[in-house]
Design a protein around this ligand. Sequence first.
Ligand SMILES: [Zn+2]
Length: 100
Amino acid sequence: MIKDFFLGFIRIHILHHASKEPVFGTELMEELARHGYKISCGTLYPILHRLHNDGYLVLKKENVGGKIRKYYRITAKGKNALQECRHKIQELINEVVEGK
Ligand SMILES: [Zn+2]
């Protein structure tokens, strides 16, 4: 299923954005939709939980207008993973997109 391929891209996207600033679920869903990944909460939240449980993201809860919002930021482990992914992405672009 093509979705299996996109899940990896989505995980990388999340790490990328979490490396720039704290991110939260609904905001990420909008950002991913902007990139053409229309995913539901039912898909996104397990990905966030897994990245958090695996130590790639840290979670901070904040009270926003009486509602608890979960903000995620990248960890050192997440940064390392993202850096490794960057190399792999470049390789992939060179070969698959540019045909070098
Ligand atoms: Zn993005």
